[in-house]
Design a protein around this ligand. Structure first.
Ligand SMILES: NC(=O)c1ccc[n+]([C@@H]2O[C@H](COP(=O)([O-])OP(=O)(O)OC[C@H]3O[C@@H](n4cnc5c(N)ncnc54)[C@H](OP(=O)(O)O)[C@@H]3O)[C@@H](O)[C@H]2O)c1
Length: 284
């Protein structure tokens, strides 16, 4: 970011664990004052401990922020205006991962998935845009996923929400650019955070479901991805690096295997790519 002599301010949503918690610490280590959005403030302990250990506790300002609650989002924006006066970087990170087979996932689960991963991100972005526009600068870093680029069986609700994040970000980048605000998509593959245990590895089917045998394979794939996932610090460092770059690219996929998989999707016919994914699933 441009050096104005003032200490930069960042807002990170979903900061109680995983990437969000690590991103807060990495940003604080790089000199940001970090507003850490946390759904339930009682769950701030792990973040505060990590910040304490890194010697940046005083740079973390934990605020209650459930991205599905309008009042939380309004109060968070007011808090940033009154306490910090500016916002240089927003990291839209909060997310959940619902798995299941499209035919069987209940309507309320689809709505909950979209409400957190998509509408929650829209709410927070809308709330901070006036502040960033008024400053004539800002950066919005969107936590997408390989699932925002590639669909996979059993990941329907999650992938749909992340594809929505991708489309939203492409439009936002063009709308916000004239106001000095840039948008960056981060697309991680599998990393070892709590999201797997909370979501995909809990996937199930209805009793007597025609998807039962597919479920076994998807679960094996999800458990393997969860156990072999990369070190989440790698993603946190990448995000903090993006926050500080002069001119970041629009998309960052990581690790390298994820970059190559996304590239392969663009390089081969759609049906062939689907066959390759089916082979990956079969071998899980
Ligand atoms: N780990 C991966 O392999 C991976 C790969 C690609 C993308 N991602 C994305 O990375 C982001 C962070 O996930 P993670 O892997 O770090 O998992 P995580 O540890 O489960 O973190 C998710 C965070 O989002 C918060 N959250 C959930 N619902 C929320 C809501 N309504 N309002 C505010 N915060 C909410 C959670 O808070 P609670 O603890 O209170 O629920 C938690 O702090 C997500 O967007 C995810 O889709 C993860």
């Amino acid at each position: 970011m441009e050096d104005t002599g003032k200490e930069p301010v960042a807002l990170v949503t979903g900061s109680s664990s995983g990437f969000g918690m690590l991103i807060c610490v990495e940003l604080a280590l790089r000199g940001f004052n970090v507003v850490a959005g946390i759904r339930r403030l009682e769950a701030a302990g792990m973040l505060m401990e990590a910040a304490e250990q890194a010697g940046v506790r005083e740079r973390i300002d934990a605020v209650r922020l459930d991205v599905t609650r309008d009042t939380d989002v309004e109060q968070m924006a007011e808090h940033i205006r009154s306490r910090h006066g500016c916002l240089d970087v927003l990291v839209n990170n909060a997310g959940t991962a619902y798995g299941g087979f499209i035919e069987e996932v209940p309507a309320e689960v689809w709505l909950a998935q979209m409400n957190t991963n998509f509408h929650g991100m829209v709410r927070v972005t809308q709330a901070v845009l006036p502040l960033m526009r008024g400053q004539g600068k800002g950066r919005i870093i969107q936590m997408s996923s390989i699932s925002g680029r590639i669909g996979f069986p059993g990941f329907g609700p999650y992938a749909s929400s992340k594809f929505a994040v991708e489309g939203f970000s492409e439009c936002l980048a063009l709308e916000a650019r004239p106001f000095g605000i840039d948008v960056v998509l981060v697309e991680p593959g599998a990393y070892g955070t709590p999201i797997w245990e909370k979501g995909f590895t809990q996937m199930s089917t209805r009793k007597g479901s025609p998807y039962e045998s597919m479920l076994d394979k998807v679960l094996a794939f999800s458990r393997k991805s969860a156990s072999q996932g990369g070190d989440p610090k790698e993603v946190a460092r990448q995000v903090a690096h993006i926050a500080c770059m002069k001119r970041p690219a629009f998309r960052y996929a990581l690790p390298r295997s994820t970059r190559l998989t996304i590239r392969a999707k663009g390089a081969v016919p759609g049906r062939l790519f689907q066959r390759l994914l089916a082979i990956v699933l079969e071998r899980s």
